[in-house]
Design a protein around this ligand. Sequence first.
Ligand SMILES: [Zn+2]
Length: 350
Amino acid sequence: MIEISRKNLMDLFQITAGGYEPIHKFMGSGDIESVLKYSMLDTGETWTIPITLNVPEIPYIRAGETVCLHYSGSHVADMEVEEILHIDKGVYVLAIYATDSPDHPGVMDTMRESAKCITGKISRIKFPDFLNMNPDPHETKRVFRELGWRTIAAFQTRNPPHRAHEFMQRRAMETVDGLFINPVTGDLKNDDFSGTEIMKAYSYFISKYYPSWKVFLSPLMIAMRYAGPRAAVFLAQIRKNYGCTHFIVGRDMAGVGKYYDPYAAQKAIEEAGIGIELIKFQEVFFCRMCSETVDSRSCAHDEIYRTVLSMSSIRNSLKLGMFPPRQSMRRDVAEKLIEELATQKNSDIL
Ligand SMILES: [Zn+2]
């Protein structure tokens, strides 16, 4: 019996559900090497992020053996082990994150994980409810079809709705049939907004401000990879698998700190040629001279007139029960989040 991580469990869910098409099992050494070197699977198809099942060094596992995979003490699947391999973490982090800095969150994750991986045929799958309750690619495609949408723009986020999101989403809605708001809610990091906070705030925001028949909201259960352009291609491919034709990409998608050029993500997705059209934005901010939220391409005013949104300062204000500037977040959305954060704080104390 092997206890697997939440990240690996969510990867297994996506593999099974078709979210990681053309991947149908955890990667073996051939695919991993090819992804690291060429951003391709062994078969030549584009794929930028290794999908590995990392397992402890002990117990000793042999190829040909069937192992039982558990999460949080419950059975999730069996694997007939075909290959056991060890990742060279030094090579891995430089290829995927373009850095080996221990301060980079992706490098940190890789260093924490075991270097030993297994792959093989999966059977007897039983996912926990928190995964089963979310629509898989078959279901999202069915919903889009039933709504009569031919063009669907996916919106990637890890945050609750704010004015820059709204600016990009409204622009997209003007050109496509439907908007698929698909927040990544799989991670459980303390400095991020929780999945519940993001989903509650978005449900409220959509019902209050958007034509609900043009928007579909559902969470994406994956662990966030902070690999800049490689992660952006990964996120775009997943959305294509979920049935989207367009992908909204702002400045510095899946970036962290100053590790990546802010527009490397847009360029990487375009160059990957994965068959999803981009709706691109540059820096979106509130300009006091324009008196509205604008994209840097349509505002000629000096930087001193700009209120650039900072998610960490918004979160800090909300946690203290204070309202962020109206130019950054709508007052009523902030109110909802303050309520939600206070409820969670109280339940933490209890
Ligand atoms: Zn301006």
